[in-house]
Design a protein around this ligand. Structure first.
Ligand code: TPP
Ligand code: SF4
Ligand code: MG
Length: 330
């Protein structure tokens, strides 16, 4: 296994690197948190990094003809291929270094994908990448809860009830998306014994985010981070509230912040305070009513939504992570 870079944890926001690897030249919407995640990710990783991006907003809006915000080497890869692109790049680097065609040095390999590209279409390639413990790579799923780039179609990560172009509320059927969001990070963590690091994250917590990227890049082997990213266009809210909505996703208990390192789970931030009873979960309504995609929900829908979130905290084996219950044999 190639060695990893020395990327110490960042103590305090003032120490977040000034380096900009993702700079001007992109065309993402105002208030796009996915773009913020790209910027933070490469700040944490530093210049000796290769970034691979699967098709989606972070490819299309980022790279119009002859224009790109990436200052580091960057390559577009097919929608379901973040896992294979990451494995292939890490394998190529390893081979070139072994043959003496490149200087021996640790180079970060980071492949990002959207929820469509990662939670749905590219799940098998991510699974394969996470079995190759000989390669150091990070797969970062930026989750804006829809196939945003092609005009907001529902994905396996879209919340129940959300209005998307695949699930528009009508006069006869108000709720067209009846699926609950996939539980992606725990699925990948429990199913891949070779993986030493899996985490959830949110761009609203910048320091936490950058440090998670650094832990993922320095632990060795394949790693996965799932990040929730408010999308003003798809979620239908004023761009100035992106940051607040990211925090509300965590504070309502809808999105749980944690890391699983070498098989040990640590909740962090507001999620940990909630789990320890030091902080109350905010009502999920506070989050839902801020977004046009939920404007058609009536009180009983919001109550159902709340009951589902309560269930994940009160009835799941591990709150917010593992939905199984141990059957009482008595
Ligand atoms: C195999 C394949 N099917 C469909 C498309 C069309 N397409 C391009 S981007 C995109 C949406 C991707 O969604 P996601 O991965 O969530 O990224 P986002 O656009 O939300 O950032 C789709 C369906 C494609 N490029 N390739
Ligand atoms: S549609 Fe959403 S994810 Fe795509 S660029 Fe706009 S805000 Fe960002
Ligand atoms: Mg998406």
């Amino acid at each position: 296994m190639a060695t990893v870079q020395d990327l110490p944890q960042i103590r305090g926001v003032k120490n977040i690197p000034l380096l900009e690897g993702y700079t001007s030249g992109h065309r993402t919407c105002q208030g796009c948190e996915s773009a913020l995640v790209m910027r933070l990710m490469i700040k944490a990783a530093g210049p000796r990094s290769i970034v691979l991006g699967s098709t989606g907003c972070m490819y299309v809006a980022n790279t119009t003809y002859y224009s790109t915000p990436w200052v580091v080497p960057w390559m577009h890869t097919q929608l379901g291929s973040s896992g294979s692109a990451a494995t292939g790049t890490a394998a190529a680097l390893s081979s070139m270094m072994r043959k003496g065609k490149m200087k021996q040095e640790p180079i970060n390999v980071i492949a990002f994908c959207g929820d469509g590209g990662g939670v749905d279409m590219g799940l098998s390639a991510i699974s394969a990448a996470l079995q190759h413990e000989e390669y150091n790579l990070l797969i970062l799923c930026y989750d804006n809860e829809s196939y945003a780039n092609t005009d907001i179609q529902a994905s396996g990560s879209t919340p129940w009830g959300a209005n998307t172009t695949f699930s528009p509320p009508g006069k006869v059927h108000r709720i067209m998306n009846n699926r609950w969001k996939k539980n992606t990070a725990p699925m990948l963590a429990t199913g891949h014994p070779n993986v030493r690091y899996v985490a959830t994250a949110c761009g609203s917590y910048g320091l936490d985010f950058t440090n998670k990227v650094r832990r993922a890049l320095t632990i060795g082997g394949p790693t996965f981070i799932h990040s929730i990213n408010p999308c003003p266009k798809g979620w239908d809210f004023d761009p100035k509230y992106s940051h607040e909505l990211g925090m509300l996703a965590v504070e309502t208990g809808l999105w749980v912040q944690y890391e699983i390192i070498d098989g040990e789970l640590t909740l962090n931030g507001a999620s940990r305070a909630i789990a320890r009873g030091m902080r109350k979960r905010k009502p999920v309504e506070e989050y839902l009513i801020r977004q046009g995609r939920f404007a058609h929900l009536i009180p009983e829908d919001i109550a159902l939504f709340q009951s589902k979130v309560d269930e994940t905290w009160e009835k799941w084996w591990i709150p917010g992570l593992i939905p199984f219950r141990v059957k009482d044999e008595e």
